[in-house]
Design a binder for this molecule. Structure first.
Ligand SMILES: [Zn+2]
Length: 141
């Protein structure tokens, strides 16, 4: 079994580890856990995800004024959909969440950080293509 956090209601769910899933719903809100579109998080939801996920959590630190961030957004979203439940993709708006940005010493954006078991395991800065994002994540899954 693996622990994953429901992207809709933040309930911690335990589901069997499979190569792929056809259906998996949250035990609490009944929404699909297979909805892997990147989620915007605040301090509370960010912390809940990184501390309670058995899968790597991939976090894009961005801001509205940052052109390269906006350019990378579709690639990030598409990578999230392709990787499915092997990872959880989140987005942190650094303007609205300066505490998280400060905690992980974000110097420039976009920056993507991979977390495993609540800890930062790798970090990459600058806009990446979908393939570059997926290849970078393949090291952790
Ligand atoms: Zn839920």
């Amino acid at each position: 079994m693996i622990k994953i956090v429901c992207p809709h209601c933040l309930q911690i769910n335990r589901i069997p580890l499979r190569e792929s899933y056809t259906k998996a719903n949250c035990g609490n809100c009944k929404s699909s856990l297979l909805d892997t579109k990147p989620r915007d998080v605040n301090y509370t939801s960010f912390t809940k995800h990184i501390q309670n996920s058995d899968i790597p959590v991939i976090v894009d630190f961005w801001a509205q004024w940052c052109g390269p961030c906006r350019m990378m957004a579709p690639a990030f979203e598409s990578a999230a959909l392709k990787l499915g439940l092997k990872t959880r993709f989140l987005k942190v708006n650094t303007e609205e969440n300066q505490t998280i940005a400060g905690q992980f010493s974000i110097k420039g954006i976009p920056t993507i950080i991979a977390f495993k078991d609540g800890k930062e395991i790798d970090k990459v800065s600058g806009a990446l293509s979908e393939n570059q994002i997926i290849n970078w994540i393949r090291k952790f899954i």
